[in-house]
Ligand binder design. Structure first.
Ligand code: U2F
Length: 448
């Protein structure tokens, strides 16, 4: 099939926000080593491509193309609304991708033979149909939210009305009896909650059954009830993750020496804090968290993207410099895999959760939007590998209690056992087939 792959030209359409493009790139990196003759054209915005292709180095058969980001000429980056740029971008699709794809066909001199896209891009189904090629979406979050998006109409019908109590459970879907109305992604229930995104998710749910394969950065046996249902709703449902293990980043950058600092801490003692790539908790929650960190016994490592001097209480950094370290970026997977790390305070994004499982670290979750509340509930009530923050927002008391629970009670010890079990499943999926076999199956679909 080498000769066959001489003609393959795979278009890869990335969602350029949050942590969506990096796992898609990891997927492509592994496929490219499995099919060295195939050409991959990777479409994203300039900003996103610059990040991805500078971190990962160049790979001969993967070529980046920049697509228009849809922003008005005089646009000022606004910190107030991280969704605004997404909305502009969604006004530019699919035209921006189509335009760049024409360029790539000229440059490579091969027609496009397959479209791999972020699952968000419902229009991938139409473009693929026009070109008579397979559409292969990657869903970068977990299996549970994916199932809900596929069942949006049913979920809205049963849980969508105004008077639905927050604690009503979803007994009508197998495996969801612990999931409450409050845990459902708001974007799924309320069409107008965030312009652009709810409509995109709705169309995605309708289009995914048309995909030639549905790919997930999850792994076999992690959530069997849910996975069964996904298998019956999607063609070639393939779990190829966790991608951080099945296609690990070749370089680890740790400019602020987090790992060296962790080497000096006691086993299982450190609280790691990070709210992902988009979220900054509101000032009063930052203040409560800072107080909790200052008073608790645990050493802490905090990945804080903005200027901590300006955003954290005065004198906090100075007063905590012995037991704490605040950095602007950490090598998170390595931090979670380090044996000094004992608990993770997270916004419950899917990448963070899977990395915490891979690192065998129980979590304290403070969800903000999208799939994060559902992930939190899954962590707390289904997998029992962590807790949601008491009352839903960060308070000094809530954080202090949760740290104690996880680091120094029997219940916390149980959570550690449970997460160890899920970690084993992940390692098994990577070493004994599961995810690797699924990569083979995926390659078949992509290069058919
Ligand atoms: C969106 O999630 P985010 O990008 O906000 O958060 P994560 O899915 O948890 O991914 C964060 C990634 O950034 C890495 C970390 C994760 O791979 O290892 N990282 C790091 O290496 N060092 C740092 O200092 C900080 C972060 C969305 F908000 C979620 O709801 C979705 O579940 C998610 C996936 O679709 O995308």
């Amino acid at each position: 099939s080498e000769a066959k792959n001489d003609l393959k030209h795979i278009a890869v359409l990335a969602f350029p926000f949050a942590t969506h493009a990096p796992p898609l790139f990891s997927l492509i990196r592994r496929l490219s080593t499995m099919a060295p003759q195939a050409k991959f054209s990777f479409f994203s915005t300039r900003e996103s491509n610059n990040k991805i292709f500078s971190n990962q180095g160049r790979i001969e058969s993967i070529k980046p193309y920049n697509v228009n980001d849809g922003l008005p000429e005089d646009y000022m980056i606004s910190f107030a609304n991280p969704h605004e740029r997404v909305e502009y971008f969604l006004k530019a699709v699919p035209g921006n991708f189509k335009q760049a794809m024409e360029v790539a066909v000229q440059v490579i001199g091969r027609e496009i033979t397959c479209i791999i896209s972020d699952a968000f891009f419902w229009f991938g189904a139409d473009i693929a149909h026009e070109l008579h090629v397979p559409w292969v979406p990657l869903w970068t979050a977990g299996p549970r939210p994916l199932l809900l998006h596929l069942e949006t109409d049913l979920v809205r019908q049963k849980m969508g009305g105004d008077g639905v109590p927050e604690d009503r459970t979803m007994d009508f879907l197998p495996g969801f009896s612990e999931i409450r109305a409050a845990d459902i992604p708001k974007e799924l229930l309320h069409e107008d909650a965030i312009p652009g995104i709810p409509a995109m998710l709705y169309k995605m749910g309708k289009m995914l059954p048309r995909a030639a394969a549905g790919v997930l950065s999850s792994w076999e046996k992690l959530d069997p009830d849910v996975v069964n249902q996904l298998q019956s709703r999607l063609h070639n449902f393939l779990e190829v993750g966790p991608l951080v293990l099945t296609s690990p980043d070749p370089v680890v950058s740790d400019p602020q020496c987090c790992l060296e600092w962790l080497d000096k801490q006691k086993r299982g003692s450190v609280l790691y804090v990070c709210f992902g790539s988009m979220i900054m908790p509101p000032p009063h929650e930052l203040a409560e968290l800072a107080e909790a960190l200052e008073e608790c016994d645990s050493p802490f490592l905090w990945s804080f993207r903005e200027n901590p001097e300006a955003k954290l209480p005065e004198g906090f950094l100075e007063r905590t410099k012995e037991k704490g370290k605040v950095v602007s970026w950490s090598p998170q997977l390595k931090v979670l895999q380090h044996n000094a790390t004992g608990v993770f305070l997270t916004h419950a994004g899917w990448n963070s959760i899977s990395e915490s499982i891979v690192g065998c670290v129980p979590m304290i979750c403070r969800p903000f939007f999208g799939d994060q509340a559902l992930n939190t509930r899954t962590v707390e009530a289904i997998w029992k590998i962590g807790v949601g923050i008491e009352g839903g927002t960060i308070t000094k008391d809530g954080v202090t209690k949760a740290i104690k629970l996880i680091l120094s009670t029997e219940e916390g010890e149980k959570m550690r056992k449970n997460v160890e079990h899920l970690q084993d499943l992940a390692l098994d999926a990577v070493s004994n087939g599961g995810s690797s076999k699924n990569f083979e199956a995926l390659l078949e679909v992509v290069t058919k």
